[in-house]
Design a protein around this ligand. Structure first.
Ligand code: MN
Length: 257
């Protein structure tokens, strides 16, 4: 049997599970909030064109209003100033969008420290147990933050000192960009950087280093708890928005059971 026949029979038999890592997209989907003077993205919205009525008697359809970086989405390199001449989201080669993924789970540390930052030591410890990070694959960071994803306030977790959400240390971001063979980093939070990363040096190191290296970000992922540490295959399908800096993305994981 060919490998694709085995794949489809495995999916229908349930020996390969398709896990949806995507948050539902609605006007309730949490979005990033930047402080003044920075411009912000819009909330997702539907604008009805017709619904089996005078405007279109047999059909229902909507216009959608959305930012590129709304809900579960992919950051293309060109999103950041460190990759101004990098690929836009339509230029990402499709074979890069089907890739192995590993899950590094720091949810126990995040439970007691909402500002927890993944360290290079965490990554080295993980590699000692599970082997090297996958060449051409994703590092998915599990923090447990997806439990908050239905509630904008809990998801952004901001107080008078700014947002408090977990992320990646400056050193780990540089290591993932420059040393690790991964194509990108996926997270459960609103962006790939920690809530406090506006005051890091450099600011927003994951965006700065990872996108600057021509790699990608995936954000607002869900259900990473259903993935094994190694062995999943992720299909990330952003819209090919010409000139786009990112796109809402359906992210599916194939997992052998
Ligand atoms: Mn983004």
């Amino acid at each position: 049997m060919g490998v694709l026949s085995e794949l489809v029979s495995g999916i229908s038999a349930g020996t390969i599970e398709v896990v949806d890592l995507t948050a539902p997209l609605s006007s309730e989907t949490p979005i990033l909030k930047l402080p003044p003077p920075f411009a912000d993205t819009i909330t997702f919205g539907l604008e009805e064109i017709s619904r089996y009525d005078d405007r279109g008697p047999a059909w229902y359809w909507n216009n959608i209003h959305t930012g590129e970086h709304t809900g579960t989405h992919l950051d293309a390199p060109i999103h950041w100033v460190t990759a101004k001449d990098g690929d836009d989201v339509s230029q990402i080669r499709p074979q890069r969008l089907v890739a192995p993924a590993v899950v590094v789970d720091v949810s126990d540390r995040v439970a007691s420290d909402h500002d927890y930052l993944l360290t290079v030591d965490d990554l080295r410890d993980w590699e000692r147990s599970h082997g090297p990070l996958p060449a051409g694959g994703w590092l998915l960071l599990r923090t447990g933050w997806d439990a908050r994803s239905a509630d904008q306030q809990a998801f952004l977790n901001a107080d008078e000192t700014g947002p408090h959400t977990p992320g990646i240390s400056v050193e780990a971001a540089r290591w993932l960009a420059e040393e690790a063979p991964v194509i990108g980093v996926g997270v459960e939070t609103v962006g790939t950087d920690a809530g406090a990363a506006h005051s890091f040096d450099p600011p927003f190191p994951c965006h700065s280093f990872v996108l600057g290296a021509g790699k990608y970000g995936l954000t607002q992922l869900q259900n990473l708890r259903l993935l094994p540490p190694t062995g999943a295959v992720v299909i990330a399908a952003p819209l090919p928005i010409v000139g786009g800096s990112g796109s809402p993305t359906r992210v599916l994981a194939l997992v052998e059971r």
